[in-house]
Design a protein around this ligand. Structure first.
Ligand SMILES: [Zn+2]
Length: 456
């Protein structure tokens, strides 16, 4: 007869620890290395290209991520001249009549189509494409450039949405989100992209965007620096040969970025969207890769992310040119955590709210900014007990009063800015409820010289 207590003890030992979820659940503040044993090593050329980038690839004049499309072309156009092996063509006009320009380079058989900034306020990849033009044109004997020239032809449609870019807004001048226009083709910009793809029949497509800076990696507290997606081509999200190639190229990108932003690379939601260009391009049989630049704290103009975009594209193009993507482990893509929740930008915690004609009340505020990195254009999201609501930054207002900012009308009338959900955020933090001893003011934008109250 078996010894039952001993057997159950043995089973306990065998089954312990209990099965744990694949994703880590570290506390928000601890940087961790994700399970990365399946990630291939970074390319051997990465360090040298990184150093070259700083000295001789980064294009000057794009230090501010808000730039007019005309400014971008005045810098990037000469870098992509005929004498440097580029061909340029106008392929349409935007809703407001701005030229839509397409640039190609390379002599190889594998056609690659790259498009950027179809959302006008998502400029990170456009900056990196200017750098890529410079690399291709000014370093013709670089081994990477030689390989790419021989094996690929690169087809660029930078700044798909120049009217939106001119205003730094998402939508085009018709108010339409071009990335929901892939099926209807009601926008001239969407039609130009669609027609270019039909004409080229590329093997690979790169769909280059920026995403919300507040988005976290999976259920961690880490902000997503870069999110990747090999978009599905049907509702069932099946993987055919074309999508498998896109997954492999995504792994090549991850391998190059891992030394910089390990644990801050996520996977974009892969629900099939038949109105989105990435998904419809995948449906057309193109191995499509979505690259979404998120945020890196302190990288206010996304210049670090710009470099990471350049290095990511270099890794992807080299994997395509050499065929080295074949056989890269899909697990290194699949096991990336998905984009998780989005954190608010700023929480003012522990203060006491003083509204005209109301008794003072203990209340936290949670805010979001139009520009999360530069903290410009604040709107109140919520008021009350918000201790459990995570935010990218918290100001401790314990012992301080939140008092309205006065509005002086030109006709001599007086009032105060509302402090209310969905209102623009204008308020003082004061040591007293009357607002005599003001220690900090938020007037829509955070003053970069005084980002938080001085506490003594
Ligand atoms: Zn976008």
């Amino acid at each position: 007869m078996p010894n039952l207590p001993a057997l159950s003890l043995l089973l306990c030992v065998l089954l312990w620890p209990p099965m744990s979820p694949a994703q880590d659940r570290e506390p928000a503040t601890t940087p961790t290395t994700p399970p990365d044993t399946m990630v291939p090593p970074a390319p051997a050329w990465l360090e040298a290209l990184d150093a070259l980038y700083d000295q001789r690839i980064r294009v000057a004049g794009l230090e501010d991520r808000r730039f007019a499309p005309e400014q971008w072309w005045s810098l990037a156009g000469p870098l992509a001249s005929d004498s440097r092996g580029f061909r340029s063509e106008r392929i349409g006009r935007s809703a407001e009549g701005r030229p839509l320009r397409y640039v190609s380079w390379g002599e190889g058989d594998t056609r690659v189509l790259l498009w950027s900034q179809m959302h006008g306020d998502e400029s990170t990849a456009s900056m990196a494409l200017a750098d890529l033009f410079r690399f291709l044109g000014e370093h013709p004997r670089h081994p990477l450039v030689q390989r790419w020239r021989r094996h690929t032809s690169l087809h660029f449609f930078p700044i798909v949405n120049p009217d939106g870019a001119a205003r730094f807004q998402r939508r085009n001048a018709q108010g339409i989100d071009i990335n929901r226009d892939a099926r209807a083709l009601a926008t001239p910009e969407g039609r130009a992209l669609h027609d270019l793809r039909e004409r080229l029949q590329p093997r690979f497509g790169f769909n280059l965007h920026d995403q919300d800076v507040g988005t976290r990696v999976g259920d961690t507290g880490r902000g997503t620096a870069i999110a990747l997606l090999a978009p599905p081509y049907n509702q069932a999200r099946e993987v055919d040969a074309a999508r498998a190639r896109a997954i492999e190229v995504s792994v090549a990108i991850r391998a190059a970025l891992e030394p910089y932003v390990a644990g801050r690379i996520a996977r974009w939601d892969d629900t099939f969207n038949p109105r989105a260009f990435g998904d419809l391009t995948a449906q057309a049989g193109v191995s499509t890769i979505l690259v979404e630049s998120g945020g890196i704290e302190g990288d206010l103009q996304k210049q670090q992310l710009r470099k990471l975009n350049f290095l990511a594209l270099a890794a992807a193009l080299d994997a395509i040119a050499t065929g080295a993507h074949a056989g890269l482990p899909h697990a290194a893509y699949r096991e990336l955590p998905e984009n998780g929740s989005s954190w608010a930008d700023l929480r003012i915690s522990g203060g006491t709210l003083v509204l005209p004609g109301r008794a003072p009340a203990r209340a936290d505020l949670v805010l979001e900014f139009d520009d999360a990195l530069l903290e410009r254009g604040a709107t109140v999201l919520d008021i009350g007990d918000l201790a459990g609501r995570p935010a990218r930054r918290t100001i401790d207002a314990t012992g301080l009063y939140i008092v309205p900012v006065a509005i002086a009308g030109s006709d001599g009338s007086a009032g105060v800015h509302a402090i209310a959900p969905r209102a623009r955020a204008y308020f003082h933090l004061s040591r007293d409820p009357q607002g005599r001893e003001i220690v900090w003011t938020l007037a829509g934008d955070v003053d970069p010289d005084q980002p938080a109250p001085a506490r003594d």
